[in-house]
Design a protein around this ligand. Structure first.
Ligand code: NAP
Length: 280
């Protein structure tokens, strides 16, 4: 159990729209923990100093979000295996004055699909749309869970090639206009691009060629049912929305800072859904 008054943060720039204070605030209340979790706006030019001053700040640790995840990767002293693989850090903690960094997005992704589509690791082929930071976490999760044919599709082919080279055997790179041809034997389709998010264009991909047993998941969670998920559901495919990834990636940090492994419950999910103002 954490000391009374344990403090944690989420830092980013901007940070006002982060849901993390709501998630951790829910758990602090639920478990009756005398602690706090606050949002801190840190501009890029101040982030190095923010980290350097952490040992004297009174914080146990915290979350790091856009645009600091890659900088944190470069600056923390100890990295967990997922952070090493992904090249980004989203969770920090101090241990005997030493700053540690983890990446919990991969674990959050896998925990969400485990919960909503058990057996998903039977998929022999996965297509991952996007090659940004989130795609790296998803590809790491897929590789760690044993998927052997992971096809990364991206608008900028060079970025997909870079990602495939980074992860090596079993990961290949493809351009966006070749995507539909790849779907015929795909058991898992994951969108990690920002397309389909409220205010953005829809994905220019029709999942019609997917086999009937395919699972479709989107890590975008505003709206909860993205246009991709709506089309897949209308076809009778199993779909998984991205909110659970956000909730599950928060679990390891809370446990580090406050000493209790929190549960992702229907109540927590409902509270965040209400906060997002999106349809269930
Ligand atoms: P990122 O590094 O900026 O990557 C964005 C990706 O989207 C790139 O592959 C980019 O392709 C693609 N893209 C953007 N606009 C496009 C367009 N008009 N046409 C085709 N492709 C386009 O972002 P990220 O950090 O990976 O995040 C991606 C999404 O995942 C965001 O919506 C974020 O909110 C969400 N996310 C959700 C969770 C969760 O917990 N559920 C966690 C992390 C991220 P190019 O390389 O060609 O630019």
């Amino acid at each position: 159990m954490a000391d009374a008054g344990a403090k944690a943060f989420v830092c980013g720039h901007p940070i006002a729209h982060s849901r993390s204070p709501k998630i951790h605030g829910f758990w602090l209340k639920q478990y009756g923990i005398d602690g706090s979790y606050e949002a801190v706006d840190v501009a890029p030019q101040d982030f190095g100093r923010f980290l350097a001053e952490l040992p004297e700040s009174g914080f146990r640790g915290g979350n790091v979000t856009i645009p600091h995840k890659e900088t944190a990767f470069r600056l923390v002293m100890r990295l967990d295996e997922a952070a090493e693989a992904v090249g980004a850090v989203n969770t920090l903690w101090l241990e005997n004055g030493v700053l540690h960094g983890a990446n919990t997005d991969a674990q959050g992704f896998a925990a969400n699909v485990d919960e909503r589509a058990p057996g998903w690791t039977q998929a022999e082929v996965a297509v991952v749309l996007g090659a940004g930071g989130a795609a790296r976490a998803v590809v790491h999760a897929l590789k760690s869970r044993g998927l052997g044919d992971i096809r990364v599709v991206n608008r900028t082919l060079g970025r997909a090639v870079e990602l495939a080279d980074h992860f090596g055997a079993g990961v290949s790179a493809h351009s966006l206009n070749a995507a539909e041809e790849l779907l015929g034997d795909t058991g898992l389709l994951v969108n990690t691009t920002s397309l389909g998010m409220h205010g953005n264009a829809d994905l220019p991909i029709d999942p019609a060629r997917l086999p009937g047993h395919a699972i479709v998941t989107d890590i975008v969670y505003v709206p909860l049912e993205t246009p991709l998920l709506a089309v897949a559901r209308a076809r009778g495919l199993k779909t998984v929305d991205g909110l659970g990834m956000l909730l599950h990636q928060a679990v390891p940090g809370f446990e580090r800072w406050f000493g209790v492994r929190p549960a992702v419950t229907a109540e927590l999910r409902a509270m965040i859904v209400a906060d997002l103002g999106v349809a269930k």
